[in-house]
Design a protein around this ligand. Structure first.
Ligand code: SF4
Length: 309
């Protein structure tokens, strides 16, 4: 018998980020929009929250395009042992960006039957921001630059040398889960591979901001739990494709213990807002709006948030 598709509680780094940013935004993302992918069978508010939840701004679109293309290249490498060419990546990414731009500009995301996890709907189009052609072109050029830096990176060089058998996981699209004290934790590893007895976890960055160490500690925690790799044999390579810079991070027992403690507290705080934590049931009134008004200017939900109770 097919398992019922339930809204189960889970924890992830991005979920924690949203919860800390604005509890109401968290509610819209994980509860209010649940079921909104069924275009014709749910109420208007749920559908609206679902569509808005899936909007991405142009910088995230850039990162998403780069991550998906790298994932395609590495998945092909996994089965063929051959890394494709930069030129073919440029061709594919260009076509995808053109198609997605047209789809988004026409706001077709409101009427599509497709899952909005597969196609991009842009915040700039929904909120009709004044973005010049030059800014769109610069965003596209950044994608190409990131792809070029990926192909030229020493990571690709190392993978070519050691071959596809070294790959442990390749994905940046579908998160994987693991169990921690009975809770589901989701992580989204871009790439993990083995060199001798060391495991390298790669996180591709495409922005210019500071990274958050918690995200990387959770990767190490995950690899340590699921692969059994000792901490001194695990590293996270943060590869900034925009700036073409690489940073290597390692974490010790103490840092993992602190991360676990943080996750426990974060889960407790999230669950304390639920009226039925066992069934993962939430009520909108338990999730207050942020008092930092400036956050609303960049929020996907701003067009509906203040019309709701
Ligand atoms: S519009 Fe403001 S208050 Fe509403 S969900 Fe977004 S950030 Fe929170």
């Amino acid at each position: 018998m097919r398992k019922e598709f339930k809204n189960e509680f889970s924890w992830s780094f991005s979920r924690d980020n949203i919860f800390n940013e604005c509890a109401r935004k968290y509610y819209y993302n994980y509860y209010g929009s649940w079921g909104g992918w069924k275009k014709d069978s749910i109420d208007e508010v749920i559908r609206t929250l679902y569509v808005l939840k899936n909007l991405v701004n142009m910088k995230i679109w850039k990162g998403d395009t780069v991550h998906k293309e790298i994932s395609r290249v590495l998945k092909s490498f996994e089965t063929t042992d051959v890394i494709g060419s930069f030129e073919s990546s440029v061709k594919r990414a260009t076509k995808i960006m053109r198609d997605e731009f047209r789809f988004s500009k026409a706001k077709e995301y409101w009427s599509t039957d497709k899952s909005l996890r597969k196609v991009n709907a842009l915040f700039e189009h929904e909120y009709e921001l004044d973005i010049s052609d030059e800014q769109w072109i610069e965003n596209y050029n950044d994608v190409i630059k990131c792809l070029k830096n990926f192909y030229d990176s020493d990571i690709v060089g190392e993978l070519k040398d050691i071959g596809c058998d070294s790959l442990i996981t390749v994905d940046s699209i579908t998160p994987t889960s693991f169990d921690y004290n009975g809770e589901i934790i989701y992580v989204n590893l871009d790439l993990a591979y083995k060199v001798d007895d060391e495991v390298k976890i790669v996180d591709w960055k495409t922005g210019t901001g500071e990274s958050n160490p918690l995200q990387f500690v959770v990767y190490v925690f995950h690899a340590n739990e699921t692969l059994g790799t000792p901490l001194d044999k695990l590293s996270v390579i943060e590869y900034n494709l925009q700036e073409n810079k690489k940073y290597v991070h390692r974490y010790n027992e103490q840092e993992i213990a602190e991360a676990k403690e943080y996750i426990n507290k974060s889960i407790s705080a999230m669950k304390s807002c639920l009226y039925d934590p066992v069934e993962n049931k939430a009520e909108i009134g338990e999730f207050p709006r942020t008092e930092d008004d400036w956050k609303c200017a960049y929020c996907n939900f701003k067009k509906i948030c203040f019309d709701l109770p």
